[in-house]
Design a binder for this molecule. Structure first.
Ligand code: ACO
Length: 324
């Protein structure tokens, strides 16, 4: 049996820190409201010189270095992003060139905030079927480019960043299972409704830029319910109990959603990796950023059982159970 194992992780954040207090100066909002409703204290915002692929390149280099992997060894690059630099070439192709990867397959996966869970699932399947031995998986976003900075409902929630990991084929687990889902019936609740063929009239509403729109309250309720279901599904698929888990590494959208999932899993908050306070919601980047943070600071150790999960626009959602 072939499994895929994580052999290196990395991450990268833009330099510019924007605190809640900074946002108080430009929006009708306050630090207390943001912290109470979301758990966010600050976020990083990229400059014009730090588009998604620049953040991703740094995160990938860190992951390759941590795994002691030469770029020439990579068989596949899978990149979760909903904010690619360009429509095409894909961000994966741009990063492939920056890193000097061989002529391996390179693809973007757009599943909004679940992009990294989708990318990880694809990478795992390529390794399990024997078609790849080392795969680079990345989640990177500059959602700040999709924000209307005059709208407090969304402007306070998001941040930019990138996370990455290298998977290697192994006889030992590794990733035990991945699960991905989608339901396209609620596109009206969370979207950026501008594309190649439609939505251009909306650009005028945000200084010529595409704009993320969200009915936060309704998304919140669906997210809590859906994440509850997917953690049940993941444990059942592996015949495991809640108490078998060492760590929850959740999508970092909102501390209240994270707390609800931890409560369902009967985990105490010391077993949950939280970065939403410092990063905000970095979409596809949030799970690999949180994972890398807790691996590098020594909390997550080899042999620990990890549950990763995410929920995002589409709606999309996904999870992975990993023996690290
Ligand atoms: N500062 C101050 N007040 C605010 C702000 C703000 N930044 N934003 C909204 N308010 C006000 C509203 O106007 C409203 O006022 P009213 O009662 O007078 O009408 C009040 O606060 C409550 O607003 P709600 O939207 O009901 O607040 P809620 O408790 O739902 O929190 C939030 C909003 C944080 C957005 C929450 O609903 C949430 O986290 N939703 C889920 C987000 C998520 O998980 N998204 C999925 C991933 S994202 C992706 O895929 C790209």
């Amino acid at each position: 049996m072939i499994y895929s194992r994580i052999i290196g992780t990395g991450s990268h954040l833009p330099e510019k820190v924007v605190t809640n207090k900074d946002l108080e100066k430009i929006l009708d909002t306050d630090d207390q409201w943001i912290r109470d409703r979301t758990g966010i204290r600050e976020r990083r915002i990229s400059s014009d010189k730090e588009p998604t692929t620049v953040l991703a390149e740094h995160a990938c280099r860190n992951a390759l270095e941590a795994g002691d992997v030469d770029p020439g060894e990579i068989d596949l690059l899978v990149m979760g992003t909903t904010t690619p630099d360009l429509i095409f070439p894909s961000s994966a192709c741009l990063i492939q060139k920056k890193l000097g990867l061989p002529d391996c397959g390179a693809m973007d996966v757009n599943a909004a905030c679940s992009g990294f869970m989708y990318a990880l699932s694809i990478a795992d399947k390529y390794i399990r079927c024997g078609d790849a031995k080392k795969v680079l998986v990345c989640g990177a976003e500059t959602l700040s480019d999709l924000i209307n900075w005059n709208k407090r409902e969304t402007a306070v929630l998001f941040g930019d960043g990138a996370g990455a990991l290298v998977l290697e084929a192994s006889e030992e687990p590794g990733i035990l299972s991945t699960h991905i889902h989608a339901n396209g019936n609620h596109a009206d609740l969370l979207n950026t409704a501008v594309g190649v063929s439609r939505g251009f009239e909306k650009l005028a509403e945000n200084d010529g830029k595409a704009e993320l729109q969200m009915k936060g309250n309704e998304v919140f309720k669906v997210a809590v319910r859906t994440l509850g279901r997917i953690v049940d599904e993941t444990l059942a698929a592996n015949n495991m109990k809640k108490s078998d888990l060492d760590w929850l590494i959740p999508h970092q959208a909102n501390l209240r959603i994270i707390t609800a999932t931890a409560r369902k899993l009967e985990m105490n908050m010391e077993q949950v990796v939280i970065t939403v306070d410092l990063h905000g919601n970095t979409s596809s980047a949030s799970v690999p950023l949180a994972l890398d943070t807790a691996i590098r600071d020594g909390r997550i150790k080899r042999g620990d059982m990890l549950l990763l999960e995410a929920f995002g626009g589409g709606f999309t959602w996904g999870s992975a159970l990993i023996k690290y």
